[in-house]
Design a binder for this molecule. Structure first.
Ligand code: TXA
Ligand code: MG
Length: 319
């Protein structure tokens, strides 16, 4: 069932059920973060491997502090600047968080979301909410309650409808492993914003033994093949494709005979483009195209976050 009652959502969650919730980034599939059975249901509904940990959503900084063993000075600065909002921090976990939430790791991902309905829901509850994006594992994250309903409607008792997600892409994830701050996943808060608040450049992410969001290679993928292209791509490769759809930001791929062409933003605005990216991919994926070509975004600001997702979604990647 879909509706906008936080009371109903709270009732299901107190019973140990999973409920889809709106956030400012994408819809989440939420369960009581302290309840192992509820968390198991999240993994089951998503078909997600138990080795891929979840983000815990809390009402405010105070609640977050009860979920972690240490809250570093830089975490405090970031929290003050960006919470409630689309920033997730990976910090040493407190014992109260069950191992199933963190895939057995000693760190937990935490954030305070800014969607008013979900904040109201969190204020009613006696527990924080573990919630991954409300899609099947490896599919496109939903940004409307309707998309959640199409993807998971038969498997969740309640979808809290908070309208279309304002940001349209997931939160930015930063980690503090070995006290060094790193961006593990680019997202709705840009690297530039974080650097300007901390007044230092971010170090490059190096692969380590630790779990990180990029370790599952194919991700965010439509079922339709998707190729990432730009002005310099070899368009002759497209000649055997019949039904092509194109997702554009600045270029229009004028020489490509496409059936449908979608501009992510008519004014070249990355924020607007990010808002539309998943819903456009999702709609085109339902459209029986043989191929979707997507323009590579500028490699700065939100473009970085969008490229990260497009590259993972792409079956073939041409520069
Ligand atoms: O915007 C968002 O972050 C959305 C909304 C619902 O809050 N959530 C979301 O969750 O994108 P999910 O599960 O789709 O992506 C979370 C990512 C996963 O790639 C996971 O591997 C990583 O965060 N992650 C979670 N806990 C971690 C940890 N302790 N260490 C490293 N990576 C972690
Ligand atoms: Mg996800």
């Amino acid at each position: 069932m879909k509706g906008s009652s936080v009371q109903l959502a709270a009732e299901w969650l107190r019973k140990g059920e999973v409920v889809a919730i709106p956030t400012e980034t994408v819809y989440g599939l939420a369960g009581n973060a302290y309840n192992v059975d509820a968390i198991q249901k999240i993994y089951d509904v998503k078909n997600r491997p138990l080795s891929n940990p979840l983000i815990v959503h809390a009402l405010n900084i105070q609640q977050v502090k009860s979920l972690v063993k240490e809250f570093y000075a830089e975490a405090e600065i970031l929290a003050k600047s960006f919470w409630p909002g689309p920033l997730t921090m990976i910090l040493p976990k407190a014992a109260i968080i069950p191992d199933i939430v963190t895939a057995g790791q000693q760190t937990v991902a935490v954030r305070v979301p800014s969607h008013p309905l979900t904040l109201e829901l969190l204020s009613l509850l006696e527990f924080p909410l573990a919630a991954p994006s409300a899609n099947k594992f490896n599919y496109i994250s939903p940004v409307t309650a309707e998309a959640v309903s199409e993807m998971l409607g038969n498997e969740v008792p309640y979808i809290l409808d908070g309208g279309r997600c304002q940001k349209g892409i997931e939160s930015t994830i930063v980690s503090f492993v070995e006290k060094q701050i790193k961006i593990l996943r680019h997202g709705a808060i840009t690297e530039e914003q974080i650097e300007s608040v901390l007044q230092k450049p971010m170090s490059e992410q190096k692969s380590s033994g630790h779990l990180h969001p990029g370790m599952f290679k194919k991700h965010y993928s439509p079922k339709t093949p998707l190729w990432l292209m730009n002005r310099n791509s070899d368009f002759t490769r497209l000649r055997f494709q019949k039904n092509i759809a194109a997702i554009c930001f600045t270029e229009n791929f004028p020489s490509v005979p496409v059936k449908e062409k979608i501009m992510l933003s008519n004014s070249g605005d990355l924020e607007e483009a990010a808002q539309h990216l998943y819903s456009v991919l999702y709609e085109l994926d339902k459209g029986n195209f043989d191929l979707i070509i997507a323009e590579k975004m500028p490699d700065a600001g939100l473009g970085k976050a969008m490229n990260e997702r497009l590259i993972k979604a792409a079956h073939k990647h041409y520069n």
